[in-house]
Design a protein around this ligand. Structure first.
Ligand code: MTE
Length: 390
């Protein structure tokens, strides 16, 4: 406008006043203007908030790191805040010597810090048959990515003299009321699993397992046992509750498939995404996340016409193993209806499937391990909707 924008032309209150003192917030908090960016519960999903999930707001994240206060939460019997001085971690079973460790014992051992994604096996589970929930927070928000610090599990198994010849599996057990237990292959345990206390440079948050959790890169979230108290070495799978009655895949023939733990290659556009409104025709940076439990992301293609034509997106660095990868692509919206999709390929050559391809193999009544291509419909009004495209 000819008069100019007063927001830039006139002195603003904050440029003429004394600011707040240092250490006003001894532990920093986000701006009050960001208060809408929150973990949220999907209404009607579960009857008790202690056995439920709070979804991470993927639409508001940049890059690949999830801020600790917005990491998704999934608990089977509520979260606990354990005094680290009272926490003990035990390794037993097929080992030369069973050992009990304090947090101090663990934290003086050789540690590593690695960035990995965690995705609940039930992420996108509501979406199997049709578009069920409106936003990317609810379709894909059981997903987070952090730098985890801890002792490689291999170091601890060596310390106890684990029988690596006959020991084929480990059992990980949590210290909360749910006593979550999961069988993990010895291969994964020795490869890159971490007994972790650090998350993005600080101690784990209580909701995420403080003071100790298991990190099993590439494997579904339920195996990342929180408030970790025990690991047992064994020669058979334990068939625990969370690997028989839950976290199993209902196949088209009515049988349940067990122990499908790896999170296959998947991606989603986070901006624009369901519930957002475009500001009119013109340029948009279309941005999203891609990941694979089997390795690195090799390529992400984006379609603006419901899967007929594809363009290759830019992968932003770093591109790491079993880690979120950020992709971006230019789009000039002409104002007519469009359907946006992303399709990831990983370093094994695996290509993320369409719903039609997934349904052909897995049926339409499953819950876990839905890695199908997500579609966002942009209406001519600029409103963005979750739609199902086979
Ligand atoms: N570990 C314990 N001890 N208790 C739990 O309820 N939930 C599991 C897993 N580890 C759980 C647990 C599930 S189902 C998932 S998806 C992840 O933790 C979620 O981790 P987060 O809450 O840090 O996101």
């Amino acid at each position: 406008p000819a008069a100019g924008d007063p927001m830039i032309l006139q002195p603003r209150p904050w440029s003429t006043m004394l600011g707040h003192p240092v250490a006003f917030h001894p532990y920093g908090v986000p701006s009050k203007y960001e208060a809408n960016l929150q973990r949220r519960q999907s209404p009607g999903l579960t009857q008790t908030a202690q056995a439920s999930v709070a979804f991470a707001p993927l639409q508001g994240f940049f890059g690949i790191i999830t801020p600790n206060g917005l990491h998704f939460e999934r608990h089977h019997q509520g979260w606990v805040d354990i005094d680290p001085d009272q926490h003990r971690f035990m390794i037993n079973g097929m080992v030369k010597e069973s050992k009990v460790y304090t947090m101090d014992d663990l934290m003086r051992m050789p540690s590593v810090s690695r960035i990995h994604f965690i995705e609940c096996g039930a992420n996108s589970g509501m979406e199997w048959g049709n578009a069920a929930v409106p936003t990317v927070q609810y379709t894909h928000g059981m997903l987070s990515c952090c730098e985890y610090t801890g002792v490689p599990l291999k170091v601890l198994l060596d310390d106890c003299g684990a029988d690596l010849k006959n020991g084929k599996y480990i059992l990980a057990e949590g210290n909360d009321g749910s006593s979550t237990t999961r069988t993990i292959s010895m291969e994964a345990a020795l490869d890159d699993a971490i007994v972790a206390w650090g998350m993005n440079g600080e101690m784990l948050r209580p909701e995420n397992g403080y003071p100790l959790r298991l990190v099993v890169p590439g494997v579904q979230g339920v195996s990342w046992v929180k408030w970790l108290r025990r690991i047992e070495v064994g020669d058979q799978r334990w068939n625990a509750m969370n690997e028989t009655s839950a976290y199993v895949d209902l196949m088209p023939d009515g049988m349940l498939r067990q122990y499908t733990s790896i999170q296959e290659c998947k991606s989603v556009i986070t901006s624009p995404s369901g519930g957002q409104v475009l500001m009119g025709k013109g340029y948009y940076n279309v941005s999203g996340l891609a990941w694979s439990g089997r390795g690195k992301i090799k390529q992400v293609d984006v379609s603006f016409d419901g899967g007929r034509n594809w363009k290759t997106a830019r992968l932003e660095t770093p591109v790491l193993d079993k880690c979120l990868t950020r992709f971006n692509i230019d789009w000039v919206w002409d104002g007519s209806p469009a359907i946006l999709q992303s399709r990831a390929t990983d370093s094994t050559g695996f290509v993320q499937p369409r719903y039609g391809q997934l349904h052909a193999v897995r049926g339409t009544r499953s819950t876990y391990h839905n890695n199908a291509i997500q579609s966002w419909q942009v209406a001519d009004t600029g409103e963005v909707f979750n739609v199902h495209v086979e």
